[in-house]
Design a protein around this ligand. Sequence first.
Ligand code: GAR
Length: 209
Amino acid sequence: MRLAVLASGRGSNFQALLDARAAGRLDVEFVGVFSDRPKAAVLARASAAGVHAVALAPRDFATRAAHDESLFSAIADVQPDLIVCAGYMRLIDGSQVRRFAGRMVNIHPSLLPKYPGLDTHARALAAGDREHGTSVHYVIPALDAGPVIAQARVPVLPGDDATSLANRVLEREHPLLVASVGLIAQGRVSQHDGQVVFDGRPLRVPLQL
Ligand code: GAR
């Protein structure tokens, strides 16, 4: 399976995919890393691994639609089977999402449908949640709202702040993303009519990994 990654920052989730591939635990081919931030650390990780890397800064385009049109044309050029948003921090223009419908997933640091958007860890703490986590879902034209494939849960512990909670979640994000992409690569997970299909049946509840 040809995999493209969209990322804005540090790239630890991309690194987890690279490491899994190197260890023979993930059967994918990395066809490109794409970013909206020319200085993102994820680009250096891509170069170090010999993966094609492209960064297009939104300020160089007149509109979001124009930026996304260029970015996703560059993505289309590498002919990915799947696009993984791994810490991509911009809303994606709906027309690009529709262009890649069913072929784009995102990892989000909350137990969706709780806390779409930003500052998820602080919001879970402010709500007094005793459990928090992360979700991998198909991308649809509404923010963090697509059908959820899989989730991982962590406890919220006394004394947690947003940083400690984020770190606990991140530890679970890496294996969750690797496992989710692996299931798609194996053909065990797909999307049909806005629903996740797992082993040939509609998935009623997200996989808990
Ligand atoms: C991850 O925690 C990911 O869930 C989150 O950004 C982080 C990226 O870390 N994504 C979002 O918040 C998307 N809305 P990484 O750059 O080290 O992979």
